[in-house]
Design a protein around this ligand. Structure first.
Ligand SMILES: *Cc1c(COP(=O)(O)O)cnc(C)c1O
Length: 629
């Protein structure tokens, strides 16, 4: 990468390689077979969200995760595809599995019953996949009892068996055992009168070794990430590693023959040489077992890791290579050289490539490349966002789980955004009223007697709730506050403290709903004017979406150097136009937007400022725009 890095280490995810791997694996599928992309453990360390998005693009029918939390996170990030929770769920996960529309795996009757009762209470039909243990002897209905158990599960009225599956114990290495498992699975399937929609057994290695044409789904994990589980596979399929873990040299030092390096002095320099310090260690997922074993690649040449892997550093023998300099990029895992492949590295300590991938880059930022370009990079660090209005316990959990998954601010913001929308629309048992096509024009005119005559026009669409609404106007913020809480108030105006509150200083020039001019009735309270706007024909419009138009003529003090617009309701699509006379200079606009995007489009001309969001962009209450001059 050409840009200067601020990270000590980073992970590059090549989505083109992932795509190529999927295309390769697809060649081994039968025409009727679809695939489930396994994205558990954050997609084996590759990033579940990004991988899921591409997988869905490539036709994945399902995503597979390990537990409810992982599935929930994907939902909060906006993934809509079906998600199977592969591991047996615990009962406390049931309510959220259902809330987030995840498909649970049923591996025993007790869980099936608990799930069914939960669904029955809410009158739901929950899709499930039933897992049969054909010899892995981990989770799943034990084979001997599976048929009976399965029959019982199918009788539960609030569960719908959408899939049956099993899992191979050693599809990459044991032909015989895998064959036996497959035969058992086929036997089980043959006993059934009716088959569910999905039947699946093969993991990615199983696709190459035992792809049963009777199944219509395969579950792709490790091979899709470009890692072989057996060297023989390289003859059948060409895979490309998706992940590369990189760092750079931070220091180069000489060491003399006979001196020792690192903790416990496990390496002694056999001759005078130079060594590089690289700022990654086992805390970054570079396994301690790689001490004195691993190789790194620098400028297409390989160099041995010498001495022990520390928590945050490793040392590499540069063999006195004079061309090396501080800052040079180092490939630790992945890349084009086989010496740094996950297979090779894990093999050095009889470890597992799966584990190595999951643990790599624990502290590193991931960079995603697609079509050879970097498509997702550093987040905007100032994107912290929570409006106190929404700080309910649920949001706290989301933020906590987001942080524990090391998500970036931007992603957290996105999740909070979705969650708020979700709670507005799904979880509240009331109708949600929101404004759309919100257009607010404010025109200050040249001052008269130290006031700017000001014309405002506000229009938007919204479902009409009552046959009247209130416009309120007051001299003080405190007086106006209660009106922000009332749902029959459509417009609030804060007048200058020097004003006598009078309809002369705050005039509603037009108030209409669907073009029907409303009658206004003014009530003067002690410190506030309430204007009730109504019309007999509004009764017929209650419950339907109508167009509001409210125009005012008012005076704005020259002494005030600020004018604010509040967005007090959930609003979709905002357009604001502020226009000002030559007497006003240097107008600055500060949007304070809560919602998905904090930065609306803004443009200036000589006496105008325009602010605009996308038409379908949600802006949450507690947003506003401040003009200062
Ligand atoms: C993890 C997992 C897979 C994917 O296995 P790979 O060997 O990575 O292809 C498939 N099925 C289940 C049930 C799993 O837990």
């Amino acid at each position: 990468m050409s840009t200067e890095r601020t990270e000590r280490s980073w992970v590059e995810i090549n989505l083109d390689h992932y795509r190529a791997n999927i295309e390769q694996i697809k060649q081994h599928l039968n025409p009727e077979q679809g695939f489930m992309q396994i994205v558990k453990a954050d997609a084996y360390g590759h990033g579940a969200l990004e991988i899921s998005k591409v997988a869905i693009d490539l036709g994945a029918l399902y995503l597979g995760v390990a537990n409810m939390e992982e599935g929930k996170l994907l939902r909060l990030q906006g993934i809509k595809a079906p998600i199977l929770v592969l591991s047996p769920a615990i009962k406390s996960e049931i309510s959220q599995i259902i809330e987030y529309e995840l498909t649970p795996t049923v591996s025993d009757l007790e869980f099936a019953n608990a799930l069914d009762s939960f669904a029955a209470e809410r009158n739901l039909l929950v899709p499930i996949h039933v897992k049969i243990d054909t010899g892995m002897h981990r989770s799943g209905l034990s084979y001997e009892l599976a048929f009976q158990g399965y029959q019982k599960i199918t009788q539960l009225r609030h569960l719908e068996v959408e899939g049956i599956f099993s899992h191979f114990a050693s599809s990459e290495s044991d032909e015989n055992y895998t064959g036996t498992q497959l035969a058992k699975f086929q036997e089980f399937i043959s006993l059934l009168n009716s088959l569910p929609r999905y039947i699946h057994i093969a993991n990615s290695s199983g696709v190459l070794s035992h792809n049963d044409p009777c199944t219509n789904l395969v579950r792709l994990g490790i091979l899709s990430y470009g890692i072989y589980t057996n060297p023989i596979q390289a003859k059948l399929i060409r895979l490309l590693p998706v992940m590369t873990f990189k760092s750079s040299i931070i220091q180069i030092k000489p060491i003399c023959r006979g001196e020792t390096l690192g903790y416990n002095r496990t390496w002694t320099a056999p001759h005078d040489t130079t060594y590089a310090i690289i700022p990654v260690g086992y805390a970054d997922g570079y396994d301690f077992m790689l001490s004195n074993r691993a190789t790194v690649v620098i400028q297409n040449k390989s160099y041995p890791v010498v001495g022990r892997i520390s928590m945050d550093m490793i040392t590499v023998d540069l063999k006195a290579d004079p061309l090396m300099s501080v800052g040079t990029e180092v490939t630790l895992l992945g890349g084009s050289e086989s010496k740094t492949s996950a297979e090779e590295l894990s093999g050095l300590f009889a470890g597992s490539a799966y584990e190595l991938l999951c643990q790599i880059g624990r502290r590193a930022k991931r960079y995603y490349f697609s079509d050879g370009h970097l498509i997702s990079s550093s987040p905007l660090s100032r994107r912290d966002f929570v409006s106190s209005d929404f700080s309910d316990s649920k949001l706290n959990t989301i933020i906590e789980s987001a942080i524990s998954q090391r998500l970036q601010n931007e992603e957290i913001g996105e999740m909070i955004y979705r969650e708020i929308l979700r709670s507005f629309f799904y979880n509240k048992d009331r109708d949600v009223h929101y404004r759309s096509n919100f257009v607010h024009n404010i025109a200050l005119q040249s001052p008269i007697n130290s006031y700017y005559p000001t014309i405002t026009s506000l229009s938007y669409s919204k479902v009409l709730q009552n046959d009247y609404f209130i416009v309120a106007c007051a001299n003080s913020d405190e007086v106006l506050q209660p009106y922000f809480k009332r749902n029959d108030v459509e417009y609030r105006w804060l007048m200058d403290a020097n004003f006598e509150l009078s309809p002369h200083h705050f005039k509603l020039s037009t108030v209409s709903v669907n073009g029907i001019a409303l009658t206004t009735q003014i009530t003067r309270l002690l410190d506030c004017i309430e204007i009730k706007c109504s019309h007999p024909s509004l009764t017929q419009l209650i419950g339907s979406e109508v167009d509001f138009l409210i125009e005012t003529e008012t005076l704005y003090p020259v002494s005030s150097h600020q004018l604010s617009i509040f967005i007090t309701e959930l609003t979709r699509g905002v357009k604001v136009h502020f226009c000002y006379p030559p007497e006003v200079n240097n107008v600055e606009i500060t949007p304070i937007f809560s919602g998905q995007s904090k930065f609306p489009m803004i443009s200036h001309t000589e006496h105008d400022i325009y602010l605009e969001t996308k038409v379908d962009q949600w802006v949450f209450p507690m947003s506003g725009i401040v003009f200062s001059y």
